[in-house]
Design a protein around this ligand. Structure first.
Ligand SMILES: Cc1ncc(COP(=O)(O)O)c(C=O)c1O
Length: 770
């Protein structure tokens, strides 16, 4: 049957079925074409709406930062750039330099054994190298690594105190990445008693210890779910929950929220941290109605919505660490959790209405905010709940609790369809023993009171500490969420992250994210909090007196200067093109010239006034390089005046010479001053031989003198090149020549900030005089 016959038959059938007028073949083609167009338009329209809604709801920061990470090139500050990163004036730079050396010296003596131990294993222990690398913004890293290289090595705990290898007791606010909720002494007891419960069995895996049933019952009650599965870490449990949600809903997409951390699995890492392109995980804006609209619209594709409730503390921001403490604006935290609770309720309603499983990743918040975790704290129930960290009483763990229909790992109708999710160490007896001790403690009626007391104590500490900080006009505050707290900086600064080092010097142990997220365990007493407050205040005061936080009066326009420094650094790092392949001899030639310029800078250009003179004279020289082709007289006169200014700067403001210059070039300031004297002598000779010392005679002879100056310059430069070629070799001679000719350009690049620094120094002097 041809296409035409098939179409005609269909038309006959339609007219017969609808009783409509008979349709002829050509009309049929039109109708068919229209139908195809309508279907295409509907499909395209739907795709367009999906794209628009997705774009509205999608958090762009993770994708953007991932792309940016491929472009930003590494760069490291020199010692000097380190202390000048915010454009701070000379006086502050001097204070900061002393401070860094003092602090580094203090750590080297106080933590000598720990540092030596860390140095011994750093190259072999990749985990330590990773955490080290993330503590400090990368341009500052080289200096910090060279001068500090700290390592926390501990041998005992007592309450919230840790004993390190050097015999010092420090106050621990790291919370062992969130494990230490109840206080180390309790965990020691639970691990011990847990082992007592299972020691007759030992590490038998496969057959189960009876204690497992007790744990399952307790976990079901706490999580309000039907089933439980055990894993070895939080990351593993998140992977299991997501996989089970996908398996049981037969959908692919997972929804996460911007900034939320769910472990190191790349399936949920949309932003920095993973290189894998994520096509099955949408990262949406937290607390945003567009996200709710998108979840509704794409409900048929979404296997689960995954949230980390600790985000209520800092929605849409990355997990806090000291590397993001650059500006105060980046460190806003949510004042109240009420709006987050409301957001969770809305999410819950949308998920229920669209039949999408809601997963609470309570690896961090479970048993920290309240005995019943975030579900209890916010009054919202989830369909799957993931626990980890503290729930095994100090042992490694990951747990998934969930509704029966979501926990299935096999398909009763398709026996070959399974979700293979299981691991060797699931339900390890020792882990189960310690977990049992913990779960029995956390479900005791009195325990809720312990949580309440701890929350109130932390809240009081935050209030009292903020009063003290405000009274001392220190630019930081503390905020808390239960017993999780963080330092909030009131002013943007390039150095806020340094506070972690001052706190360490005071004897506070922080995790590798520094002051970004700190934890107090439930056994923190009033005395511990008082000690913490004293340490925090002392650290902050020292940091201020070491000039890392400057006020607007101390450094006028500081915020603008700082931002512009940072902006240009970033641009420089982004647009840096790959170095062209330069032949090695040329590269070495260039390096040698730059090295000598640097030596000059260090040895005889340290004075700001001299730097300013160099800026002036270099600008004039460059002008003269051009002018000489049209007005030789003016060019030579200006050039000589500039040379004079330059030499005055050297002769008066700097030490006589640097040894290297004398040794290599046979030049010192005295000889250079004599050359300048020679130039000045020429017009004098002309005036004397003319027998008339007037401006008129000078004006008449100056064009001739200018020619002689030029010849003299060629003779001096050519003579010195020949001398160097004879004494050393042609290469050394050419190095000197190219350096000399390009000095004006590099001096401008090096000293263009000297006027503003000079102004700052003058203002600071005035301030001191007052
Ligand atoms: C919310 C959340 N989920 C998952 C994880 C990963 O847990 P683990 O480090 O035990 O793999 C963490 C760890 O910090 C976490 O905070």
């Amino acid at each position: 049957m041809s296409l035409n016959e098939a179409l005609q038959k269909t038309l006959d059938w339609i007219t017969h079925a609808t009783g409509a007028q008979t349709l002829i073949l050509s009309e049929g083609w039109i109708v068919l074409g229209l139908m195809i167009l309508v279907i295409a338009a509907v499909v395209m329209g739907r795709k367009l709406i999906t794209a628009v809604l997705t774009l509205r709801a999608l958090a762009l920061t993770p994708t953007f930062s991932r792309r940016l990470s491929k472009w930003v090139k590494s760069y490291a500050y020199s010692d000097e750039e380190f202390v000048r990163a915010d454009g701070g004036g000379e006086r502050w730079v001097a204070l900061r330099t002393q401070a860094i050396d003092r602090l580094a010296g203090f750590f080297q003596t106080r933590y000598a054994k720990s540092i030596a131990w860390g140095d011994g294993i750093r190259e072999s222990f990749s985990d330590l190298r990773f955490t080290d690398a993330n503590r400090v913004p990368f341009p500052f890293m080289r200096v910090m690594r060279e001068k500090f290289n700290l390592c926390s090595v501990v041998t005992a705990s007592d309450g919230p105190k840790l004993l390190d290898l050097d015999g010092q007791w420090t106050l621990d606010v790291s919370g062992s990445y969130g494990l230490n909720v109840a206080g180390f002494d309790r965990y020691k007891e639970w691990m011990h008693k847990g082992w007592e419960q299972v020691k007759d069995l030992g590490p038998v895996l496969g057959p189960l210890h009876p204690i497992v049933a007790d744990n399952i019952a307790l976990l079901k009650t706490i999580s309000h779910t039907d089933e439980v599965s055990f894993h070895m870490s939080g990351t593993e449990a998140v992977m299991a929950a997501v996989r089970m949600a996908r398996f049981n809903t037969r959908r692919k997409l997972i929804v996460c929220f911007s900034g939320a951390y769910h472990g190191w699995w790349d399936g949920v890492q949309a932003g920095l941290g993973s290189e894998r392109e994520l096509t099955d995980c949408l990262t949406l804006k937290d607390l945003h109605p567009a996200s709710l609209a998108l979840i509704r619209w794409r409900a048929q594709e979404i296997a689960a919505v995954l949230i980390n409730p600790v985000q209520s503390f800092h929605p849409n921001s990355p997990p806090p660490s000291d590397t993001v403490l650059l500006t105060s604006a980046m460190r806003k935290t949510e004042e109240s959790s009420t709006s987050y609770a409301e957001w969770l309720r809305q999410l819950r309603d949308v998920c229920t209405a669209c039949d999408i499983p809601l997963i609470f990743d309570e690896v961090y918040t479970g048993f920290r905010l309240a005995p019943g975790g975030a579900q209890e704290y916010f009054g919202v129930r989830a369909d799957l709940v993931v626990y980890g960290k503290t729930v095994a009483g100090g042992m490694p763990i990951g747990v998934v609790c969930g509704k029966r229909e979501l926990m299935k790992r096999f398909d009763s109708e398709h026996p070959m369809r399974i979700a293979y999710v299981i691991g060797t160490f699931s339900a390890h007896p020792l882990v189960m023993g310690a977990m049992n001790e913990f779960l029995r403690w956390v479900t005791q009626p009195d325990t809720a009171q312990v949580y309440d007391t701890a929350r109130q104590r932390c809240a009081r500490w935050v209030q009292a500490t903020n009063q003290q900080l405000a009274a001392s006009a220190l630019p930081l505050r503390v905020v808390h969420f239960g017993t999780v707290w963080t330092v909030l900086f009131k002013e943007p600064s390039r150095y806020n992250w340094l506070l972690q080092y001052y706190l360490r010097a005071e004897g506070v142990t922080l995790s590798w994210v520094g002051t970004g997220r700190c934890l107090s365990s439930l056994d923190f007493t009033e005395d511990d909090y008082q000690e913490l407050q004293d340490k925090l205040l002392r650290a902050a005061r020292t940091m201020r007196s070491d000039a890392w936080w400057l006020s607007e009066e101390q450094q006028p326009g500081r915020e603008k200067i700082m931002r512009s420094h940072l902006f240009w650094e970033m641009v420089g790092s982004l647009v840096r093109v790959p170095a062209p392949r330069v032949p090695a001899p040329l590269k070495n030639f260039y390096t040698e010239i730059m090295r000598r310029k640097h030596d000059d800078h260090v040895a005889s250009h340290s004075n700001i006034i001299n730097q300013f003179f160099h800026l002036l004279s270099s600008s004039v020289f460059i002008y003269c390089y051009v002018l000489i082709f049209s007005d030789l007289t003016l060019a030579m006169s200006l050039g000589l005046a500039a040379l004079f200014v330059r030499q005055i700067g050297h002769a008066i403001l700097e030490p006589p010479c640097h040894d290297k210059e004398e040794l290599l070039l046979g030049l010192n300031t005295r000889k250079k001053t004599m050359v300048v004297g020679g130039y000045l002598l020429l017009p004098v000779i002309h005036l004397v031989s003319a027998g008339s010392v007037t401006m008129e005679t000078l004006g008449a002879t100056i064009p001739v003198v200018a020619w002689q100056w030029l010849l003299m310059t060629l003779a001096v430069v050519g003579g010195h090149v020949s001398y160097l070629a004879w004494k050393h070799d042609l290469r050394s001679a050419m190095i000197w020549f190219v350096k000399l000719a390009t000095d004006p350009l590099t001096d401008i690049a090096a000293y263009y900030t000297s006027p503003s620094r000079l102004m700052q120094a003058i203002q600071a002097r005035k301030g001191e005089a007052l």
